[in-house]
Design a protein around this ligand. Structure first.
Ligand code: FES
Length: 144
C-alpha cells in the first residue's frame, strides 16, 4: 500500500485555500517545536458567526499542507461552533488516513483553527472556556 493516500497527494499537490486574508476576523498561528513546522489560518466570519472565507499558509511538511488544505475545506461556510469541534481525527479521516508518524501534522491544523477562533473571540470580547483551547506547543510536542 502506498504510504500516502491519493487524497493526501492531491491536497499536497493542489492545496485549496492557500493565501492570506488581509482583513481577517481571526488569525491563528501554531508551530510544532520538534519539527519546526508552522501553520497559519485566517478566518473571515460574518455576523451570523459563519465562516465566510478561510485561508492558510503552512511552512511545513507535505502532510501538514494536505491537512491544512483539507481542514479549510471542512470548515468553509460552516458555523464557528462546527469549526471549533473539528478534530484532527476528522481531518485525517477526510484525507483517507495519514501514516502514524505523520498524525501530529493534522493536529497542527486542528490547533491552528482553534487558535484563529480564539483570536476572533478575544478581538470581539466574546467569553469562552480556556479549556477548549489547549496549549498548542504542549499538545503537538507529545504527539511526536
Ligand atoms: Fe512537522 Fe509534519 S513533520 S507538521
Amino acid at each position: 500500500m502506498a504510504l500516502y493516500s491519493e487524497k493526501v497527494m492531491d491536497h499536497f499537490r493542489n492545496p485549496r485555500n492557500v493565501g492570506v486574508i488581509e482583513d481577517a476576523d481571526g488569525v491563528g498561528e501554531v508551530g510544532n517545536p520538534v519539527c519546526g513546522d508552522i501553520m497559519k489560518i485566517y478566518l473571515k466570519i460574518n455576523d451570523e458567526k459563519v465562516i465566510e472565507d478561510v485561508k492558510f499558509e503552512t511552512f511545513g511538511c507535505g502532510s501538514a499542507i494536505a491537512s491544512s488544505s483539507m481542514a479549510t475545506e471542512l470548515i468553509m461556510g460552516k458555523p464557528l461552533e462546527e469549526a471549533l469541534s473539528l478534530t484532527n481525527q476528522a481531518v485525517t479521516e477526510a484525507l483517507d488516513g495519514l501514516p502514524a508518524h505523520k498524525l501530529h501534522c493534522s493536529v497542527l491544523a486542528e490547533e491552528a483553527i482553534k487558535s484563529a477562533v480564539k483570536d476572533y473571540y478575544d478581538k470581539n470580547g466574546i467569553e469562552y472556556d480556556p479549556k477548549d483551547f489547549p496549549d498548542p506547543e504542549v499538545e503537538s510536542c507529545h504527539m511526536h
